[in-house]
Design a protein around this ligand. Structure first.
Ligand SMILES: Cc1cc2nc3c(=O)[nH]c(=O)nc-3n(C[C@H](O)[C@H](O)[C@H](O)COP(=O)(O)O)c2cc1C
Length: 265
């Protein structure tokens, strides 16, 4: 079993690890231009972005050739999933892949402009993440055939937002999200922000500089060890990373440093 995953704060990586198999980071597959993926079972685990599929995941899958007997997709989300899994289903159909199973799992919402992380953490017990995960793991083990279905309202909302995010205005807004980021004197120039960025959007010139090709994953902000990167629209100072995932795992998953490059950040 191979699992393709995308993550900025570890929720999706945690889910992928719990399901098991060989884990393949989508930004690394893209970096190495590895598009042919073949196995008996292939899964895709990704976070919900704007009730849909994150752009790096979408851009990669459009180029991918996926061959498997059983394909599943799991979307992690924080508050409102709408029909993100349906968007993924459509995307896979466009590359001639029909998923066998799709599901979603509610976890901590890492979207700092929307929520205070402290409030999000208080909701963890009632979200029953482990219970949801147990069902998903069992479903996949037993090769359950079932695609998550949502109402027409959800489908329309997800499709509308997806079409906006594909418009030139949507892409410009996304890429310029980093215009709302500022860096305080707490910055130690450690370069972790650059390594966790899946878009190669950060240069360290003393402090990080953002190059306006942001995917707005907020990985740089959530994973900064000194909380030096601030977001104008953030609801609080608190940051999030899934407690089961180390920052080094997110760096390995997302780093766009060229293979063989020296270790300077
Ligand atoms: C740009 C962005 C958009 C998001 N949009 C949604 C959303 O529409 N609905 C939702 O429930 N959660 C949304 N989230 C929250 C994430 O989907 C959720 O926290 C996810 O589990 C994060 O996964 P990760 O830790 O693997 O990156 C969004 C997060 C980001 C950064």
């Amino acid at each position: 079993m191979k699992i393709l995953y995308f993550t900025s704060t570890g929720n999706s990586l945690y889910v992928a690890k719990e399901i098991g198999g060989e884990l393949l980071s989508i930004p690394q597959l893209e970096k190495s231009q590895t598009y042919e993926i073949k196995d008996e079972v292939i899964g895709i685990v990704f976070p919900c972005y704007m009730v849909g599929v994150p752009r790096p995941v979408e851009e990669y899958l459009k180029k991918a050739k996926i061959q498997a007997d059983y394909v599943f997709t799991i979307m992690t989300y924080g508050k409102l999933a709408m029909s993100g899994t349906k968007q993924m289903e459509k995307l896979l159909k466009s590359i001639n892949v029909t998923p066998n199973y799709s599901n979603e799992i509610i976890m901590v919402d890492n979207y700092l402009p929307g929520f205070k992380i402290e409030d999000q953490l208080n909701l963890v017990p009632q979200k029953n993440i482990e219970g949801q995960l147990e069902i998903i793991v069992k479903d996949i083990k037993t090769r359950k055939q079932n695609l998550l279905k949502k109402g027409i309202g959800s489908n329309t909302m997800s499709a509308m937002l997806s079409s906006f995010s594909h418009s030139s205005r949507g892409i410009r807004m996304l890429n310029g999200s980093d215009k709302g980021f500022t860096v305080t004197d707490q910055c130690t120039s450690c370069g972790i922000c650059k390594e966790v960025c899946p878009a190669a959007n950060i240069e360290i010139k003393g402090k990080p500089e953002f190059k306006h090709k942001c995917e707005n994953c907020l990985g740089c902000i959530n994973n900064c060890p000194t909380q030096a990167i601030q977001l104008k629209s953030q609801k609080s100072e608190k940051r999030f990373r899934n407690p089961n995932i180390k920052v080094s795992e997110i760096m390995v998953a997302n780093s766009q440093k060229a293979a063989g490059a020296n270790n300077e950040l």
